[in-house]
Design a protein around this ligand. Structure first.
Ligand SMILES: [Zn+2]
Length: 304
């Protein structure tokens, strides 16, 4: 092995509330060399976030005794327009329309490779996690929002517009709820956690969170069961549309809604198959294995 392939990989997960950094050993990536986090303090604006980022890198250098590498990988919500390098659709609003990779590269004095956080999670699960060894992996984030990333042979695809894997804004036939993206009936407006909670609230006139709804469904509550059946059916419709295009070898479901057992049941697989352009459905639907480490590990692997 040459020096380059054994150099430690640095990844940063830039979220709305925290910036987390990890240095991993590429030979044994499950062994984190160092891991630190700082608050993003995004309410203080873009320049402040850049400063927090810079502090985190300095602290990682100090704690590890390593110098910052020639390349650092960064995962963050939002989409980078390939032609301009500007971020958009980030829920950390002050990052939008900013050339964040270029600004970070300049401030840190090292090259920064930026990717969508869902792409980072998919990349981590496909290279180190539960989907390791599969050729094409569709990594889903199903939680407050609905996103996804596509990894082929260990590389996360970005696409001509930077929107590869963004199935959360495909339309579901017959659905009309307005989406923040300006369209209506998007997958995210139907099967995200808040969307399911809203559906239950309208039925039961009770404002409770999804895990509580799932518990009620187990006890036989008909409105809670109807909410979960809606998740099953609409998830199946939305996922089958992706499979018809991509036909991945494995599917991994991250995010809070992804914890629900229902998504992994045979009945859900049958529902997917019913919507699929095929008579049988073989693709494994997997629970992620890296938990909340996936984002920062995936960011590090961007630089491998
Ligand atoms: Zn939308």
């Amino acid at each position: 092995m040459n020096d380059d392939s054994s150099r430690p990989l640095w990844g940063i997960d830039l979220g709305g509330t925290k910036i987390e950094g990890a240095i991993i050993d590429p030979v044994h990536p499950e062994n984190t060399i160092h891991r630190l986090r700082l608050p993003t303090e995004s309410s203080q604006g873009y320049d402040h976030i850049l400063g927090q980022f810079s502090s985190l890198i300095s602290q990682l250098e100090e704690a590890s005794g390593l110098k910052r590498p020639a390349r650092i990988g960064v995962g963050t919500p939002g989409v980078t327009t390939p032609s301009t390098g500007l971020l958009r659709n980030s829920n950390t609003l002050c990052l939008n329309e900013k050339p964040i990779a270029a600004d970070l590269s300049r401030i840190l004095g090292t090259q920064v490779t930026l990717a969508n956080d869902a792409n980072c999670c998919a990349l981590a699960e496909a290279t180190l996690g539960v989907a390791k060894g599969y050729h094409t992996v569709f990594g889903i984030i199903l939680g407050t929002g609905v996103g996804g990333g596509i990894v082929v042979d260990g590389r996360a695809l970005t696409g001509a517009h930077g929107i590869c894997g963004e199935w959360g804004h495909n339309p579901i036939p017959g659905e009309i709820t307005s989406c923040y993206c300006g369209r209506a009936g998007c997958v995210e407006t139907v099967i995200s956690g808040p969307a399911l909670e809203r559906f239950y609230r309208d039925l039961a006139k009770s404002d409770i969170r999804l895990p509580a709804i799932a518990k009620l469904a187990e006890k036989g509550d008909s409105k809670a069961k109807a909410t979960l059946e809606r998740l099953r059916e609409k998830f199946a419709v939305a996922l089958a549309a992706v499979i018809n295009i991509l036909d991945p070898d494995a599917i991994v479901i991250g995010g809070g809604v992804g914890n629900l057992d229902l998504l992994y049941e045979e009945e859900t697989r049958t529902a997917v198959q019913r919507n699929l352009f095929n008579d049988f459905f073989l693709t494994p639907i997997l629970r992620p294995s890296l938990g909340d480490s996936a984002g920062v590990f995936g960011a590090a692997i961007l630089t491998a």
